[in-house]
Design a protein around this ligand. Structure first.
Ligand SMILES: [Zn+2]
Length: 323
C-alpha cells in the first residue's frame, strides 16, 4: 500500500513477519532524473515482494534510483543487494560501514554477551534467531559515504545529513528545512521506543542517543518520517517522552540492584519490558538478546556516570551500586 505523504514523497509499508516491529516504513521520492528509496526491509521474500509491488505502482525504474540507508540493521539495510543496480548510489554513514567491513562473524558479540552473563549454552541459539543473522544483505555494494552537513537533492527536496548516533553507532537522519521534514530512521519512533543496545565496553550509546535527541530537538520540524509505525508531528513532546523513558530505566536499574550485585543479563531479566510474555523464561531468544543489549547500554551509562561499579566473577562482569 502506497501513501503519498507530500508531493512526490511516498511511504510504503514493508512487512516484517514475526517481528514485534510489525513493518518497516520505506520512503520513496520521485525525482525528474533520479529517484530515492530510503530504507529497504529484510532480505526475505515477503519484503522484496512488497517493495517490488510499491515500486511498480509508482512506476519506479531501479536503474534510475538511488538508496539512502539510515543505519546498518537488517530491517533497513537487508534488501540493498537485491535493489542496487550498476548505476545505483547507496548512501550510507562511515561508522556503520566500518562495522560491516570489519565484521569478523558474530564471535566478538557472542563473547561479549557471555561476559555479560548471557548463558553460554544459549548463545548459539540466540545468534541463530537474530534477524541480522538470518535476513542480512548477502553482499554489500560500494557505499557512498555521507557525513554531517552533506546534501542529497532529489526532485524538489534538498536533504541535509544529520548524524544521530545512539540506536546504531553511525545512525543518520535526513533533514529537509524547507518542507520541515525529518527522515528519522529509528532515532525517533512512537508507540515503541528505539532499542539502544551496547555490545562493547568502549562505547556509551545511551549517552550518544540522549545527545542526538537534544540535537534533533533544535531543528524546526513539522513531520517526522519514522522507520516504523506511525509518523510523528509533536517531535518535541516525543523527544521528552523518550528521554524520560531512559531516565526511568536508569533509576529502575539502580533500584533492581539495591545492595546486591548482578550481571547485565540478570538485570535485564528483572527489568520491566513491554512484551507479551508472562515472564523472562517465556521471552523469545532474540528478544532476550536485545533486552540484554539494552540493559548493557543503561549499565554502561550508569558506570560512566560513576553510579555503578564492576567486578569480574567467574568470567562474568558483575555490577553493583557505587554509592
Ligand atoms: Zn534499527
Amino acid at each position: 500500500m502506497i501513501e503519498e505523504i507530500r508531493n512526490n514523497l511516498f511511504r510504503t509499508e514493508i512487512p516484517l513477519p514475526n517481528s514485534p516491529l510489525k513493518s518497516l516504513n520505506s520512503y520513496i521520492i520521485k525525482g525528474e532524473d533520479r529517484n530515492l528509496i530510503i530504507d529497504t526491509g529484510l532480505n526475505r521474500k515477503e519484503c522484496l515482494d512488497a517493495m517490488h509491488s510499491g515500486l511498480k505502482e509508482l512506476d519506479i525504474d531501479l536503474e534510475k534510483t538511488d538508496l539512502f540507508i539510515t543505519h546498518l540493521h537488517a530491517d533497513h539495510f537487508g534488501l540493498v543487494s537485491k535493489l542496487a543496480t550498476e548505476s545505483t548510489k547507496v548512501y550510507f554513514n562511515r561508522p556503520d560501514s566500518e562495522i560491516i567491513e570489519s565484521w569478523d562473524g558474530w564471535d566478538t558479540m557472542i563473547e561479549y554477551g557471555g561476559q555479560n552473563g548471557f548463558p553460554r549454552n544459549e548463545l548459539q541459539s540466540a545468534l541463530s534467531s537474530h534477524p541480522g543473522h538470518k535476513f542480512g544483505s548477502e553482499w554489500t555494494p560500494e557505499l557512498s559515504i555521507l557525513q554531517e552537513g552533506d546534501r542529497i537533492d532529489v526532485g524538489d527536496y534538498h536533504f541535509t545529513c544529520v548524524e544521530t548516533p545512539g540506536h546504531s553507532l553511525g545512525h543518520m537522519c535526513l533533514y529537509e528545512p524547507a518542507a520541515k521534514i525529518l527522515v528519522a530512521g529509528d532515532h525517533i519512533l512512537i508507540d515503541i521506543t528505539p532499542n539502544i543496545q551496547c555490545w562493547s565496553d568502549d562505547q556509551n550509546p545511551l549517552a550518544d542517543y540522549l545527545d542526538s535527541l537534544d540535537k534533533v530537538s533544535k531543528l524546526d520540524i513539522e513531520l517526522v518520517l519514522t522507520g516504523h509505525r506511525r509518523l510523528v508531528t509533536d517531535y518535541k513532546g516525543r523527544i521528552k517522552e523518550l528521554k524520560d523513558h531512559h531516565h526511568r530505566r536508569l533509576d529502575e536499574i539502580i533500584s533492581i540492584l539495591g545492595d546486591s550485585a548482578m550481571s547485565a543479563y540478570e538485570i535485564a531479566s528483572k527489568m520491566s519490558w513491554d512484551i507479551n510474555c508472562e515472564n523472562w523464561e517465556e521471552f523469545p531468544m532474540a528478544q532476550k538478546w536485545f533486552a540484554t543489549g539494552e540493559a548493557i547500554s543503561h549499565v554502561r551509562y550508569l558506570e560512566e556516570n560513576k553510579r555503578l561499579k564492576r567486578r569480574i566473577e567467574n568470567d562474568v562482569v558483575i555490577f553493583s551500586n557505587a554509592a
